[in-house]
Design a protein around this ligand. Structure first.
Ligand code: AMP
Length: 284
């Protein structure tokens, strides 16, 4: 069907309603400023679902810094063209007042899975993410929802939320899409000036060093972290916020590797905060 762009929950329901019996409805939640990473999610949805809904909503509830919210890119027309090219059926782009007519009194609280990594440095962030994702699930009522492994802690939290709260949505995950030099695509990359852009792949290099150390049998994560951090050049524009090993499902810290672990990091490059992660597997 030709792309429909709707702003309200009632319109989404009306547009999707007639298609509900035809086959699975897939939802790709995004904050817009769409790039090839988002495109990969949309393509997966297009391949598996009868109806593909992309939501574009910069969710104020998940921003812990007002400057980050204010400068988040919003190239709406370009986003719509990409959705159109990829055969999206419905773009749901609500205004903040549609999602939050008044400050919400009931929200989703994420406990252990949000304790570490980004959860430790961005207070309230994952409660905001889980709350908006549950609202989107309730509005669109998809059979499947697509999330990127780039935001691995978010993915683990959404999986945990649907399990804990019996939400009838299958969560599909999609591999991280990277630039040729390894930098994970992110809407925030466009804030980087050319010099910062050249420094930004250091995070992926550090995570790759961690993955290689684990693959060759290293088990003490403290030692691997020190080794990996050496891949970050000493430059005043770079500040490693964290580099940690966590369990892939619980996102609790791992001190000694005894199975697959996620190495995750957050690196400030100038005024821009980048995150990335890789799965590390010890030798058989
Ligand atoms: P965002 O618009 O940043 O909230 O991201 C929307 C969805 O796209 C999330 O599920 C992200 O994990 C996913 N995503 C963002 N960047 C990438 C990437 N480089 N590769 C794969 N998925 C991504």
């Amino acid at each position: 069907m030709p792309l429909r762009v709707v702003q309200t929950a009632d319109e989404v329901r009306a547009v999707i309603g007639s298609r509900r019996g035809l086959g699975p409805i897939g939802l790709v939640p995004t904050m817009g400023a769409l790039h090839a990473g988002h495109a990969r999610l949309i393509e997966s949805a297009r391949a598996e679902c009868q109806t593909v809904v992309v939501s574009i909503f910069v969710n104020p509830l998940q921003f812990d810094r007002t400057d980050d919210l204010a400068r988040y890119p919003r190239p709406f027309e370009a986003d719509l063209s990409l959705c159109d090219r990829l055969g999206v059926d419905v773009v749901f782009a609500p205004a903040p007042a549609e999602m939050y007519p008044e400050p919400p009194d009931c929200t989703v609280h994420v406990a252990r899975t949000a304790e570490h990594l980004c959860g430790a440095f961005r207070p309230g962030h994952f409660n905001g993410v889980a709350t908006v994702v549950l609202k989107l699930f309730n509005i669109v009522q998809p059979e499947v929802a697509y999330f990127g492994q780039k935001d691995a802690q978010q993915l683990a939290i959404i999986r945990r939320m649907v399990a804990d709260l019996n939400v009838p949505v299958r969560i599909a995950s999609v591999e991280t899409v990277r630039e040729p030099d390894g930098l994970a695509l992110s809407s925030r990359n466009q804030h980087l000036n050319p010099a910062e852009r050249a420094l930004a792949p250091a995070l992926f290099r550090a995570l790759t060093a961690a993955r290689e150390a684990v693959a060759s049998g290293a088990t003490e994560t403290d030692a691997v972290k020190r080794h990996a951090a050496e891949a970050i050049p000493a430059d005043e524009r770079l500040r490693l916020e964290y580099l940690e090993f966590v369990d892939p499902w619980t996102f609790q810290p791992v001190e000694r590797v005894a199975g697959p672990v996620v190495a995750a990091g957050a690196l400030w490059v100038g005024a821009t905060r980048l995150i990335d992660n890789v799965l590390c597997t010890p030798p058989a």
